[in-house]
Design a protein around this ligand. Structure first.
Ligand SMILES: [Mg+2]
Length: 346
């Protein structure tokens, strides 16, 4: 068998500018990877690099030739462990770049088995959890309008970005616009520990599900300080990057929020999920704003999760790829009628 790999950059405008406490994004730069076998199967994956974690489309494009040389030299998409080990030896960091290759290989391996990826893994589609839909920071009025639109589109779980000087006003307006929705909030490290305790005490009155990354990723003791005093569960996102972070956040938060683009691929994500459970943490899988060429793979992990935040493609103005359907936010693995991750061009 031989494998032939190539990559291509995709510049994807967002439906709305996406603002969080530390930054605004209007376009998502993704790099799509395709790996073909000599039976005519093609696996597709994508990198959605985040400069917060030191990656850009340019760094992905810089290391992909070396990573794809590894893939072609091993030449067998079922040798996932061997390829992963050699990729890590070649490029130790650059998790989004390695993730694109991981996704494309899993897509190809499952296509060769003629099974959707979740069935290749033996996972139960009935255990899938719904995805949240994220509302970025904007004027309070616009956030309320976007909330109404999200509810009209059928989303019952909303994630609201906070970390402003009007967080309570925002959450009050969101709650008014979506009285029945499950609402979680994400401060993206914006608060000091004491400020977080004060804010969460006020926000908890609006019946929230949990609070994501209230304080700096550099302050694990701050996370514990908040969690010990918080009326709401606390999730770690920026504090939870790779497998080694799981024991570091255990006992300090309630929920580990993993992302494929942070940890470097589907196998590392599964290791993190099991490690998190062993450490008494609940598990959430998030994403960047990204194409279905990547998100569709993440969706196959939904049966292993307590919470999903896989709306990355939903936030794009247009995604050239379709993937696992998410009607009303329900991740419909059982309805997937094709092998692999289900990612394909529209
Ligand atoms: Mg987050």
């Amino acid at each position: 068998m031989s494998l032939d790999a190539e990559f291509e950059r995709l510049s994807l405008p967002l439906e709305n500018a996406f603002t969080i406490s530390r930054s605004t994004q209007e376009t998502s730069e993704n790099v799509v990877v395709r790996i073909a076998d000599d039976d005519g199967n093609v696996g597709v994956g994508a990198a959605a690099p985040s400069d917060h974690y030191g990656e850009t489309a340019a760094t992905v494009e810089a290391v992909l030739p070396e990573l794809l040389d590894v893939v072609e030299s091993v030449g067998d998409p079922h040798q996932l462990d061997r390829i992963e080990r050699r990729m890590e030896a070649t490029v130790a960091r650059n998790p989004a770049a390695r993730c694109a290759v991981s996704i494309a290989l899993h897509d190809l391996a499952a296509k060769r088995a003629d099974l959707p990826l979740y069935r290749y893994w033996g996972l139960d589609p009935d255990e899938s959890v719904p995805t949240s839909y994220t509302i970025g920071i904007d004027t309070t009025e616009r956030m309320a309008e976007k909330t109404e639109t999200a509810v009209e589109r059928g989303y019952s779980v909303l994630k609201i970005k906070v970390g402003t000087d009007r967080d309570e006003e925002i959450i009050s307006a969101v709650r008014e616009a979506a009285p029945d929705a499950t609402v979680r909030v994400d401060a993206n490290e914006a608060w000091s520990p004491r400020e977080a305790v004060r804010k969460i005490d006020r926000l908890a009155e609006y019946d929230l599900e949990f609070v994501e990354q209230p304080v700096s990723a550099d302050d694990p003791e701050g996370l514990k300080f908040v969690r010990d005093r918080s009326a709401l569960p606390i999730a770690a996102d920026e504090s939870c990057v790779t497998l080694a972070d799981i024991p570091r956040i255990a006992g300090k938060v309630d929920i580990a929020n993993l992302k494929l683009m942070k940890c470097g691929g589907l196998r590392e994500a599964k290791r993190m999920i099991h490690a998190a459970r062993a450490h008494g943490l609940e598990v959430m899988l998030g994403c960047m704003v990204e194409t279905n060429a990547a998100i569709s793979a993440a969706a196959h992990l939904a049966p292993l999760l307590d919470y999903a935040d896989l709306d990355g493609s939903l936030l794009l103005a247009e995604d050239p790829y379709e993937g696992v359907a998410m009607p009303d936010g329900e991740i419909d693995l059982a309805g997937l009628d094709r092998p692999g991750t289900g990612a394909r061009t529209k």
